[in-house]
Design a protein around this ligand. Structure first.
Ligand code: ZN
Length: 634
């Protein structure tokens, strides 16, 4: 048995009747057969937590828990009807019951009194979650992966804990830290970093460059680099769920990785959805998918979700904390505390230092910080887009103009983030009468991702969170939004409708519904195409921005020529990334200020110029490494 478990057990009273002591990741869980001790341990557990500074949880031995059906009846009789608790899921392996309710507060009760009563009367440990306001099959599937047949999950979490609390080699080896860029060095797309210490091997993000053609080797990180050995990897950390950060994680499982992925809960759900979508896109284009839905399931089964600012050990010498990054729902700045004060690294992933229509700005206060790895997507000074207010006005203007001439507006959007922000803006300006009410068609995947958003109101900024809590103000439930599913259904609906707005993925128009709608709408000068996302080199969106007037689509031997007569407009102000000024302001507000700044995730010139500007401005060491370069941090 691990030393730390022995230590916890030695501090418990003799009659505690402990039946099992195990790990759930970095958390320690002990099971007792003593009913009285479970219901009231007299502060013993709190004392242990204070002394060993690790999370310790006491649960009843499964033999103490009342029968599932009986407990369900008891729980339903205790919870007030107004709570809307319609789903009660039992997790017998862990003696836990998950209660989903419209109003979680009513399930918890004043000072947790209702939860206490559930514990007392059923001898299960209750966990409360909010029911998403929009139904999502995906969330239900994810829950069933996690809570049913979870013998594997329990063993897996225990294995992770054994690695974390196993023999720590510090003192026997020299300490060092280095980071290798496996993708995303002086480019946008395929973000992937390998962090190595004498003790640990950590992968930070593992994405695909979605702007490139299927099968283009430049779309994937350099996983063939000699430093990378899949069987040595201790943990994967996902900063946020965009395909250029999460798209290749299921492949790691396909090739034999069995360790954890750390991220927030919304990032896990959205990542699963995007990876499944990648498989279906491959099928549509008659290409071989990179991995199967089983591999995506494996990713979900191995994911350990963290809340913002929850500190957790992930290996014997690395402790991580995720902070709000302001980029997408559940996006994180990843703070890594390495060794016992040896080094502190912040990996920003993609971040936005501005209050958007969805999220609060990125966090700038950290306990310690020596090196920062920062994105440079908009690192050029001349690259400053208009403000959000100006962007909103531009959007209103183009919709008004297009509606007036009887046209339709196609908005290719990133399914994650941009689409929900545009939905919130459209709902507001139509509600306030700034824009005539026209139908907004939300195509397939955008709807599913929006449903996931409504399941995690805590991750929005204050304003949106409050609106979602009040059902009648929830902007995503507005009747201006019409869900349309299949391609044929949408094509027909649009044909038959007058002026309307269509939100569809992909944002760069590389595959997906947005390309199909483009083919349908391009030759009519009454229509408008509004681009709101970063358009990667080589993407259809970039070609249209550059003024291409004829686009050829190739399908097998068939060439399909499409004339572009519709109005093309780019609105950059809804960016989910910090622009040059915001990057500077973010660094200025950082506390403490890092001694070294490494720039990635930006085109060559953006990374180099930002490195030079930051060096001059803040007098710190800066660099913009290329792919396959390693930097020693300590
Ligand atoms: Zn991103």
């Amino acid at each position: 048995m691990e030393k730390i478990l022995e230590e916890v057990l030695s501090r418990l009273p003799k009659d505690a009747k402990i039946s099992d002591a195990t790990f759930e990741g970095a958390n320690i869980v002990i099971y007792t057969k003593n009913k009285e001790f479970f219901l009231d341990n007299n502060g013993v557990i709190r004392e242990i937590v204070n002394e060993i500074k690790k999370r310790v949880e006491l649960r009843p031995d499964p033999s103490l828990c009342h029968e599932v059906e009986e407990s369900k009846v008891i729980i339903q009789s205790i919870i007030p009807k107004e709570a809307g608790a319609d789903s009660i899921l039992f997790d017998p392996q862990r003696s836990m019951v998950v209660i989903e309710a419209d109003k979680p507060g009513l399930v918890i009760g004043k000072e947790g009194e209702i939860l206490k009563e559930i514990r007392k009367k059923t001898l299960w440990v209750p966990l409360v979650r909010r029911t998403p306001s929009l139904k999502s099959q995906l969330i239900e599937n994810i829950n069933s992966i996690l809570y049913e047949n979870n013998d594997y999950r329990k063993k897996f979490l225990n294995k992770v804990g054994k690695r974390i609390y196993g023999e720590y080699l510090r003192g026997k080896k020299k300490e060092w830290v280095r980071v290798t860029i496996l993708g995303g060095g002086r480019e946008v797309g395929r973000s992937c970093l390998l962090l190595q210490t004498a003790e640990s091997r950590i992968i930070l993000d593992c994405g695909i460059n979605a702007a490139l053609e299927f099968g283009d080797l430049n779309a994937f990180p350099y996983l063939e680099a000699p430093e990378f050995n899949i069987h040595d990897i201790d943990a994967v950390i996902l900063s946020h769920s965009h395909i250029d950060h999460c798209g290749l994680i299921p492949l790691l499982y396909k090739y034999g990785y069995t360790g954890p992925v750390y991220c927030t809960a919304p990032a896990r759900d959205i990542a699963a959805l995007l990876c499944l979508d990648l498989i279906s896109i491959a099928a549509k284009e008659a290409e071989k998918a990179l991995y199967s839905s089983g591999d995506v399931k494996d990713m979900v089964r191995h994911t350990i979700c963290l809340d913002y600012e929850e500190v957790t050990d992930i290996t014997p010498d690395i402790r991580i904390t995720l902070y709000n990054a302001g980029h997408t729902l559940g996006s994180s700045l990843v703070h890594l505390h390495i060794g016992n004060g040896l080094h502190n690294l912040l990996y920003t992933g993609d971040f936005n230092y501005e209050t958007s229509n969805l999220l609060a700005p990125a966090i700038t206060k950290f306990p310690r910080l020596e090196t920062m790895l920062i994105e440079g997507t908009y690192g050029l000074r001349e690259n400053i887009p208009e403000s959000r207010a100006e962007a909103e006005q531009e959007l209103i203007d183009v919709v008004v103009k297009t509606v007036k001439r009887g046209g339709k507006i196609l908005m290719p959007v990133l399914g994650v983030g941009r689409s929900q922000e545009i939905m919130i803006v459209l709902e507001r300006v139509m509600r306030e009468g700034l824009l005539e009410r026209v139908p907004v068609f939300v195509a397939g995947m955008v709807w599913d991702i929006t449903a996931i958003h409504t399941a995690y109101p805590d991750f929005f900024n204050n304003k949106v969170r409050k609106m979602i809590f009040h059902k009648d103000e929830n902007p995503f439930m507005s009747d201006i939004f019409q869900r349309v599913k299949g391609q044929k259904e949408i094509a027909q609906t649009i044909e038959e409708t007058g002026p309307c707005i269509i939100l569809a993925t992909s944002g760069m128009m590389v595959g997906g519904a947005s390309v199909e709608f483009f083919k349908q709408l391009a030759d009519n000068p009454k229509n408008s195409l509004v681009l709101t996302c970063f358009q990667g080199p080589g993407s259809l969106g970039r070609k249209l921005q550059e003024g291409d007037k004829e686009i050829t689509f190739q399908e097998g031997d068939k060439h399909d020529r499409v004339k572009v007569a519709m109005e093309i407009l780019s609105i950059r102000g809804f960016s989910g990334h910090s622009d040059y000024n915001q990057i500077i302001s973010f660094i200025r507000h950082l506390s403490p200020r890092p001694k070294k700044i490494i720039i990635n995730h930006g085109e060559n010139i953006s990374c180099l110029e930002l490195a030079s500007a930051l060096h001059k401005m803040f007098r710190v060491e800066t660099s913009a490494p290329k792919n396959l370069e390693s930097i020693r941090l300590k």
